[in-house]
Design a protein around this ligand. Structure first.
Ligand SMILES: N[C@@H](CCC(=O)N[C@@H](CS)C(=O)NCC(=O)O)C(=O)O
Length: 226
């Protein structure tokens, strides 16, 4: 725990959804910094009209800071990090630039995971899995060295991806995570001060998505659109 207490924490208001990995990044950062915030859970199927008015693309996460709304997990994390003395990532021009490159790559890997999730054709599905695993292997070679004991912004980007992948893998009985990631995954699960990681509801919801195609959550995943 880094032990920050925000002077203006009461003003921070998060619009998020528990199953959205981008929202989980923000929750991770806020919890790591012990920043108080107001959580508004957004239903993807029944989005509140008021939310559509404040979110330019109707997506979560969205954060209200003072009098403005910030969207896009990357922008929100950058803001939070700079606001709290770079506690999640010491300021260093080259390192920050590299982090940016790798965080964009992680977003691409999320898109590949979604393809694995949604592909119906067996041959294309197998190709998607191959591509996804290859991308994770490349991520493992990240010059920012993802295999470390501490916890910083790169972990915040990578953790929700790995945890979602692991849940899909476990419940869908497919092998998605290269072996070298196994320790890191347990590491994330053990050190991250976040309810989502161990949250039985999170795992249950993914199970419902995979097993009960008619579940309300299935509708949420279909509407998740990320
Ligand atoms: N690039 C955005 C992606 C956000 C995103 O795709 N959010 C999805 C959920 S994971 C969403 O809100 N989908 C609802 C919609 O598009 O209607 C970020 O990093 O925050």
């Amino acid at each position: 725990m880094l032990g920050y207490s925000a002077k203006d924490s009461n003003e921070l208001c998060l619009y998020a959804n528990l199953i959205c990995p981008y929202s989980q990044r923000i929750v991770l950062a806020l919890e790591a910094l012990e920043i108080n915030y107001i959580h508004n859970e957004i239903d993807f199927v029944l989005k509140p009209e008021q939310f559509e008015n404040i979110s330019p693309f109707g997506k979560v996460p969205l954060v209200k800071v003072k009098s403005f709304y910030l969207f896009g997990s990357m922008s929100i994390l950058t803001y939070v990090n700079t606001q709290y003395q770079n506690a999640l990532m010491p300021y260093d021009i080259e390192k920050n630039a590299l982090l940016h490159s790798w965080s964009v790559a992680i977003d691409d890997i999320h898109r590949s995971l979604r393809a694995v999730f949604t592909e119906k054709d067996t041959i294309t599905f197998n190709e998607c899995i191959k591509m996804f695993r290859k991308q994770l292997e490349i991520l493992w070679q990240s010059p920012l060295n993802i295999k470390k004991d501490s916890f910083d912004l790169l972990d915040i980007y990578a953790a929700p991806l790995l945890v979602l992948t692991s849940a899909i893998e476990m419940l869908g009985e497919i092998n998605l995570i290269p072996d070298e990631f196994r320790d890191l995954l347990s590491h994330y699960e053990s050190i991250l001060p976040i309810s989502t990681i161990d949250n039985p509801r999170y795992r249950k919801e993914i199970r419902l998505f995979l097993i009960e195609n008619n579940s309300a959550l299935h509708q949420q995943f279909k509407a998740m659109n990320c």
